[in-house]
Design a protein around this ligand. Structure first.
Ligand SMILES: NC(=O)c1ccc[n+]([C@@H]2O[C@H](COP(=O)([O-])OP(=O)(O)OC[C@H]3O[C@@H](n4cnc5c(N)ncnc54)[C@H](OP(=O)(O)O)[C@@H]3O)[C@@H](O)[C@H]2O)c1
Length: 289
């Protein structure tokens, strides 16, 4: 198998490139090496490698920045995926395109399936939804994979850094501010990349929704679990109401995902995200000995 990875400098792209390097021939491009909105460069990269599958991890994933920089969101989240899909088609490759739970508005109170209509409430969500459509229009051979709340060892986000944040709160006495909504599932990166590989093996085009198993939580509840693991007190946390953060983009209040297609294809649920938190804690405590 020949795997071309885009956005290889990002959180998911790094994990994907590393995982597939052990089982396939891989060409991984960071943004500096390949801007997916540049049609000519995409053609050159694809025709220079003839991949079996392209895994598109590139995106303008800074949700708030998308509100004020539609041009970058459009390039990375719509034009780029369209370029990749057309080039994938031209060489007979599959395109695996990563999308998001933010294509939904968050008004439901039970998990979203792919039968639920997308109705994004942010520029980021809109651009990602338009990107999905661009892929579907450009090729028949695609796996669109909606994911939610990624975290993993070494990542630069709340889930990945939780033990650093708690440690800092304990040392400085400055409580960690955490929101008690939105709620969604968390997704542990090492489990996600294995599932991406399993989806590729199935060779079944469609929209997948992949998250870890386990409770649907807010970051506050996620942090409470981390606190229990470390044996600290919950008074290290202060709950903040989401609107009080004053963030430019709206987020879906509830965005749990269910994947009927994975079930139909016999793919078992991923492990509970709490197992991922335990691994992060082990790694964190080993490196802080
Ligand atoms: N992280 C999450 O919790 C989460 C949740 C739901 C869905 N997702 C989806 O998962 C995917 C991966 O997200 P991530 O968290 O890994 O994001 P990330 O860490 O920001 O990685 C995205 C990468 O794409 C690069 N990029 C941006 N514009 C590009 C362009 N025009 N051409 C090529 N590369 C470009 C970025 O470079 P720069 O950093 O230089 O801009 C960055 O290296 C995205 O599709 C995202 O929408 C993520």
């Amino acid at each position: 198998m020949r795997v071309l990875v885009t956005g290889a400098g990002g959180l998911l792209g790094k994990a994907v490139a590393k995982y597939f390097q052990e089982k396939a021939e891989v060409k991984a491009f960071t943004r500096q090496e390949l801007d997916i909105s540049d049609k000519t460069s995409v053609e050159k990269a694809v025709k220079g490698f003839f991949p079996t599958v392209i895994i598109n991890c590139a995106a303008m994933a800074r949700v708030d920045a998308c509100e004020t920089d539609w041009s970058s969101a459009e390039k990375a989240n719509i034009i780029g995926p369209e370029n990749l899909a057309s080039q994938a088609k031209s060489v007979g490759a599959y395109l695996m395109h990563i999308s998001t739970d933010y294509v939904f508005d968050g008004k439901k109170t039970s998990p979203y399936t792919i039968k639920d209509p997308a109705s994004p409430i942010s520029a980021y969500g809109r651009s990602k939804y338009l990107g999905e459509n661009a892929v579907i229009l450009a090729t028949d051979n695609y796996f669109i994979v909606r994911v939610a709340r990624l975290f993993g060892i070494g990542g630069n986000n709340f889930g990945s850094k939780i033990f650093d944040y708690l440690d800092n709160a304990k040392k400085t006495g400055n409580r960690l501010k955490v929101c008690n909504y939105p709620v969604s599932q968390a997704t542990y990166l090492p489990d996600l990349v294995i599932r991406l590989s399993e989806i590729i093996d199935k060779k079944h085009s469609g929209i997948y929704q992949v998250t870890s198993s386990g409770d649907i939580v807010s970051w506050y509840e996620f942090a409470c679990l981390a606190i229990e693991m470390v044996g600290l007190e919950k008074d290290l946390l202060t709950i903040v109401d989401y609107p009080d953060l004053g963030l430019p983009a709206l987020r879906p209040r509830y965005s749990a995902l269910e994947c009927l297609l994975s079930e139909e294809l016999g793919l078992l649920p991923l492990p509970n995200w709490q197992e991922g938190v335990k691994e992060i804690y082990k790694h964190w405590s080993d490196s802080n000995k």
